[in-house]
Write a protein of this length. Structure first.
Length: 111
């Protein structure tokens, strides 16, 4: 019985080592890039982005500067704007109509 425990322990260790070796060589790899990729852009103030020459315009005509934007003027003047300070709600109007009906009925009944 003692030999069975030793064989089972050794078998388990060997099995797990094989699994770890297989995973280590196939799945558990890290990809290390050899060099950086990308395009350097010359902004004019970074030494790393500077090139050997400054590109010239290939067109015969240089681009024309755009005129500054014209500020938009409001189409409605302040005099044309009409505002209302107090709004009457629908409930107030209905209450007035009810009061008027009641008064007219009272007047009719008095006559």
């Amino acid at each position: 019985m003692n030999n069975d425990k030793i064989y089972s322990f050794l078998g388990t260790v060997v099995f797990h080592l094989l699994v770890l070796l297989i995973l280590g060589f196939t799945v558990l790899r890290t990809f290390v890039p050899e060099e950086e990729e990308g395009i350097l852009v010359n902004f004019g103030n970074v030494n790393i982005a500077s090139g050997t020459f400054e590109p010239q315009y290939t067109e015969s005509v240089l681009p024309q500067p755009t005129p500054p934007p014209v500020p938009l003027q409001p189409s409605v003047s302040r005099e044309d704007i009409v505002t209302q300070d107090m709004e009457e709600s629908v409930a107030v109007e209905e209450a007035r109509k009810r009061e008027e009906r009641i008064e007219t009925e009272r007047r009719r009944s008095e006559e």
